[in-house]
Every structure is written in structure tokens, then in C-alpha cells.
Design a protein around this ligand. Sequence first.
Ligand code: SF4
Length: 248
Amino acid sequence: MATRSETTASTWNTPGLRARAREVHDRLCEAYGCPVPFFSEKDPLSELVSALLSHRTRNRDSHRAYLDLRARFPTWEAVRDAPTGEIQDCVSPCTWPEQKAPRIQAVLRAISARLGSLNLDALADLPPTEARAWLESIPGVGPKTSAAVLLFSRLRVAALPVDSHHHRVASRLGLLPPGVAVGPSHAILADQLPPDWSAQQVYDNHEVLMIHGQRCCLHARPRCERCPVLDLCPTGRNRVWEGEPRTP
Ligand code: SF4
């Protein structure tokens, strides 16, 4: 049975919209430079912990918390079994350490219970949709985290994560239906990409849309006048060409 997000993707993504998504990708790749080097060689379990730490936290702070965890505990088993207060101390550079510490331990316990060990390398043997479904069946793991584990880790599976910058840019470009939240936007945006794209191409897509949101399509004051995809963007056209300074 199709999920609600799959139904939305199949009804929303017309050939014209897919062509626009592809043109946006090509122009932003030209603007920011592709291929974008992968930033991580973590194993998938380490990437999962890293992704859980990064939720609504600056990269610098979540990276510091991750390094603190790794320095203080020799294994993920030790993190799982430690007093929660010790984990909370380590992850204090992140937002909501009091929530993240027990959540990380609960996720590690859930994986141990299902697999009998703490190792996610076997996800490489599953089709990507099954690997994502398996990860998302763990309480506390959503579509952004499952995609990050598969794409950013050394598994290098073609799965598209959508962060808040990526989501904002795609929304303003009209690539998403109005009001669609980050979670369900994953299926819609992934469905716009060619199915035979490599992990590198999917990674490039995520990275250039995110970078565009950080450098040009800013949250408060998008710099539409200098935007390389202005002619493709209904929001930008309204702001620049019709003199209506509004953002969704
Ligand atoms: S034209 Fe403006 S709103 Fe549209 S993507 Fe570019 S910066 Fe963002």
C-alpha cells in the first residue's frame, strides 16, 4: 500500500517539475562546484549517533559532542551502558542534551536487541528502501537521519537527506507543495531525482541546495537579485520582478 508521502510524490511530481528540479541542480552545481567531496568516512552506526547529535545543532557543536563521546567511551556498547548523566555531560554542547542522551542510548539498545550486536554494516546488503525502513522503524529515527546514515557514512547509498536549508530553498522554488513539512518532503524531492543517479550525484544535490540556502536563499532576506535560479523561482520572481517582497 502506498504511503501518504508516496502518493503526494506521484501526484505532485509532473515531468515539468522534474525538469525544473534537474535544471536547478545543474545550475547550482555550476555555481558551487560539483562533485562536492564527501565529508565523512564514518561507519554507519557512528554516522547514526552523529546524526542524532546534529538535530537542530550547529555542526561545530555536534562535532565537538561527538568527539567528546568517542574520547570518553571506547565503544558504542560503553555509551549504551553508561549512566545517562555521563552521556548528557558529553553531549552538552548540543541543543537538548537531556533529551539526546537518553535517546541515543535507547537507539543503541534497540539496535542491540534487534541485531544482537552494535554494527550496522549489514545495511549495505539491503535495497535502499528496505534499509531506510529498517532504520526508521527505530523510535527516534526519521527520514533525514536514515538518509544521512546511508549517504554520509562509508556505505555511500543514494538516499537524499533534506535539512532545513534544503527544505526552504525547495519550497521557495515551488518544488514542494505549499505547507509540506521537512519529513514528508523527503519522498517528494527524492522522487524528482533520476532513479539511476549515483550516491555522489544525490549527495551533490543535497549539498548544493543546502549551500544555496546558507549563502543566497537566506531565511530572512533571500538575495534573489544575484540568484542563479531566479528565472526558475516563483518566489524570487514575485520579489524581484513584481516588487512584492514576500517569502513563504
Ligand atoms: S530566487 Fe530568491 S527565493 Fe528563489 S531560490 Fe533564489 S534566493 Fe531563493
